[in-house]
Design a protein around this ligand. Structure first.
Ligand SMILES: NC(=O)c1ccc[n+]([C@@H]2O[C@H](COP(=O)([O-])OP(=O)(O)OC[C@H]3O[C@@H](n4cnc5c(N)ncnc54)[C@H](OP(=O)(O)O)[C@@H]3O)[C@@H](O)[C@H]2O)c1
Length: 282
């Protein structure tokens, strides 16, 4: 295990899942890691790991005051050293038919998954610029294929594709590399949350008449994907490459499912792809 000082990184959404695994993984490979969490109990859990180079950082990506406080805390710790990396990982998912999703939920979806990473990146960019650090954002294969019933989530992940491409092109003059991670199904709490947040339990009878069956098929597909999901370490490895490689990639598809779906999205005409997705959900 490497113990070099690779510099300091901030990882958002590090209480569970990919963020928690990635924060630990990067700390084991020689980064000083600030693990972004929202709750004091999650901050205590990070501290309880007993790793001097893994520290909690209170950070809610939708709350400007916590972003400002987080930047000040990292700045105080780094002095003039600058930040080697920012991993925009925090994310949530609303899986509901687009005809039915409450607009407030859609806004929240975008606040966390799309606006949050922009706000956090803006806030840390001065520190990233001074170290020629890197920005790595966790998107999703749903940023390349919008599947029915997860329209809100897919919309936010398509937005993050544009964010990462646009930012990479804008920051190239300063040699700041920007990468996007596009995972398929990864074993994390997000699947349990999807099971708990059952849209059909709150849908009206009229909505269920329209979408009940499609949603039931979607839930079967989700349960199946959760079974086949791969461990978080595959994402951590891609993030490490994006943060440290001499020639980092602009995108990292993680998992066989993501690679297959990305190929289908690139090759198939829309109507054919619609049919493939319809078949997968029947
Ligand atoms: N798992 C997959 O199959 C998969 C596939 C493709 C992409 N992804 C992406 O990977 C990322 C991590 O997801 P995961 O699967 O690891 O899910 P997860 O275990 O549910 O973790 C989500 C993390 O985001 C945090 N979070 C939620 N709202 C936040 C906010 N407003 N501010 C800051 N943090 C917030 C959560 O913190 P709390 O505990 O405080 O809520 C948690 O730490 C997401 O961007 C997700 O879209 C996951």
């Amino acid at each position: 295990m490497a113990t070099d000082d690779l510099g300091t990184v901030v990882v958002t959404g590090a209480s569970t899942g990919i963020g928690a695994a990635c924060a630990l993984y990067l700390s084991e490979r020689g980064f000083q890691v600030f693990a972004g969490v929202r709750k004091p109990s999650d901050a205590q859990a990070v501290t309880a790991r007993g790793r001097p180079n893994l520290e909690p950082l209170i950070l809610d990506v939708t709350q400007p005051e916590t972003i400002t406080a987080a930047v000040q805390a990292v700045q105080a710790s780094l002095g003039s050293k600058g930040l080697a990396g920012l991993v925009n990982n925090a994310g949530i998912s609303y899986d509901e038919p687009l005809e039915c999703v409450p607009i407030a939920s859609l806004r929240h979806q975008f606040e966390v998954n799309a606006i949050g990473p922009v706000a956090v990146t803006q806030a840390f960019l001065p520190m990233l610029r001074s170290a020629r650090g890197r920005v790595v954002t966790v998107g999703s294969i749903n940023g390349l294929i919008a599947s029915p019933m997860s329209g809100p989530y897919s919309m936010s992940k398509f937005a993050i594709e544009a964010f990462s491409d646009g930012l990479r092109r804008e920051l190239a003059p300063w040699g700041i590399h920007v990468a996007l991670i596009e995972p398929g199904a990864i074993k994390t709490a997000i699947w349990d949350k999807a099971t708990v947040n059952d849209w059909s339990a709150k849908a009206t009878p009229a909505q269920l008449d329209l979408y009940g069956e499609a949603y039931r098929q979607f839930r079967k597909l989700i349960a199946d994907s959760a079974q086949k999901a791969v461990p978080c370490d595959q994402v951590s490895q891609a993030i490490l490459h994006a943060l440290t490689a001499t020639k980092p990639r602009t995108r990292y598809l993680v998992g066989k499912d993501a690679r297959l779906l990305a190929r289908l999205a690139a090759l198939l005409p829309d109507r054919v792809l619609d049919g493939v997705l319809r078949k997968a959900m029947s």
